[in-house]
Design a protein around this ligand. Sequence first.
Ligand code: SF4
Length: 251
Amino acid sequence: MKKNSIIFLNLVLFLMIFSSMLALLTLLLLKNSNLVLYRAVLTIIFILSVLFFGYILINGILIVFLLKGKRIPFFSDKWLKSSLNFLYSSILYLSKLFRLDKDKVRNVFTQLNNQIVRSGRKTMKPEDILILLPHCLQNTDCPYKITGNIDNCKRCGLCPIDHLLDIRDQYHTKMFVATGGTLARRIVHQVKPKMVIAVACERDLSSGILDIKKIPVVGILNERPNGPCMNTRVSVKDIEETIQFFIQEGE
Ligand code: SF4
């Protein structure tokens, strides 16, 4: 298992230990208290902490399965996704508290989300797939404005947009460049795709996945050899493999 996944799982474990300690503490206080109101409050806290512990335990087991690339047949994708989103908010908060690298947590969240989307695969027509690209993939010296209309690209080969357009033309998917979350949401609203393949950094990917609730989103991380937000790259092969995965009839 990768280091990022271990950090994520350790934070899940922390939540489990925390809720079980809280349950034990309230149980101890309950035994030593006679005040009716106080006991009622403690009982509520005890029940909530036991329920929270059970919830985190189930999710922790599911996360291990997902990280191992296994399919989870007994839970709906919707349940898995909303459950992951809830757990992710707590884990991200903990990573802030412990001053851990939040991008590592976001990375695992994207990975888990992709696994859920893939395991609940529904075959798509390529034209129902929207590929959303970040503006930072475009070469900074390029004079053409490709947000709004990616076909303004002159395909000079200086940045990955050239090859990405080849993929779009080959498979007939939709492809747009967005400068931020607001524009990305507007594009999704206008295009009305059945699924989104989003390319971005860890932060934008995780917030995009949380934002777009009704449509499956597969996140693909960009590479940043020149630092953040500047002449970034992406694996065209990964994007092509994702398109093929969702357009081919399932086994
Ligand atoms: S490939 Fe297109 S977007 Fe990239 S630098 Fe060349 S013209 Fe500009």
